[in-house]
Design a protein around this ligand. Sequence first.
Ligand code: SF4
Ligand code: SF4
Length: 440
Amino acid sequence: MKKVTFMGGTHVDSFKELTSTYESKKAVPPDFVYIPLSQHIGAPCEANLCVGDEVLMGQEIGKTLGFVSAPIHSSVSGKVVSIEKKAHPTGRFVNCIVIENDKQDTMVASIKPEENPESLTREQIIKKVLDAGIVGLGGAAFPTHVKYTPPEQTNIDYIILNGIECEPFITADHRLMLEYSEPIVKGLGYILKATGAKKGIVAIEDNKMDAIEKLTQCCAEFSEIDVVVCKEKYPQGSEKQLIYAVTGREVPVGGLPLDVGVIVNNVGTAKAVCDAVEDNMPLIERMITVSGNSVDTPGNYVAKIGTLFSDLINQSGGYTEENNKILSGGLMMGKSMYSDEVPITKGTSAILVLKDEGQELPKEHTCVRCAKCVDVCPAFLEPTRLVVLTKTKEFTRLDEEQNIMSCIECGSCSYVCPANIPLLEYIRLGKQGVIKSKKK
Ligand code: SF4
Ligand code: SF4
């Protein structure tokens, strides 16, 4: 079996065995959902209902205020009890529509099977993707209809479905590929039609052989779709690294996948596209991993958008320790949460609960010039040099000579550094300095 990969990167302990072999469960519907009006990159939505209004499942409750945006729908039927600011997985406080769930799941009438989805035009498919509020489900949450509407004269050669999931602990995409392989492949078919791309590729790491087998079977009847196997390595799932591994094309610094004729979508996004095209179903639930060494029974759930982290942690048997760290997303690139009273959004792929052993951060030593950080950097940067220039506040050199802004913040450099230098923390400071100095 041919396997491809990118240059640089490292191997991290995966801890995926905690959840990867167990079938996902439908999460128990919560009494209340807290649906943020900002769940995507771009303009937040505006509430189009009021406190006291009755609402149906799948009803649009947040309308877009710009092209780079995506509407938001209710994940339950019930009554709006408040519109208030609430903590968000990004760490900000954003307006949320709070709905008391009547547990009837009464859906809007427009959610019904499309009579002849194969006959839909490119424009009709893109409109359905927009109306369904679909955004990238891998975490970036970029509005999907925008990706399918590139500037004129842009030729798209490849659609790559990202089934890599290289972050430790997370297995949501793995389970999705095993349990929903057909809608994923059908969704890819609709994406090919919407974009005019000739080739579809499902990229999967070689630590998910069962998913590779399943998707290969599903794709067998489609000559325009292939499954490509990637070697297990972190951060293989990062967009530019994946494009290089699969196509050999290099996205230029500051450029987009479109510049090399590629669109990358998460496998979950493809399933959401299929649901929207075939059933007119908006994006109101997603697969999410709840895992870590301080949650009783780790697992994967299909959960309604707006469910609180605490609800899902309780359904996983609750905390096994008193002191915990909670992360939204993966161990390497996820964000630390100060509370579990945070709702899941369209972009939330995992909740990690880790034992907080109160350890102090390891002592930082002097750089021993081993160059391990340079070897692993998938963006071909010199992390140790970036740290020196950040400390001396040479922001123009950081930007123009060292391309600091092309750091994808994967954390590989910090992970391998034998001197415990928090390279990524310094690099983030350097990037902030570059942004500020450019504004000046
Ligand atoms: S965090 Fe940035 S500098 Fe460090 S390895 Fe990743 S891309 Fe390179
Ligand atoms: S990995 Fe750490 S010790 Fe080695 S060169 Fe990079 S910064 Fe220095």
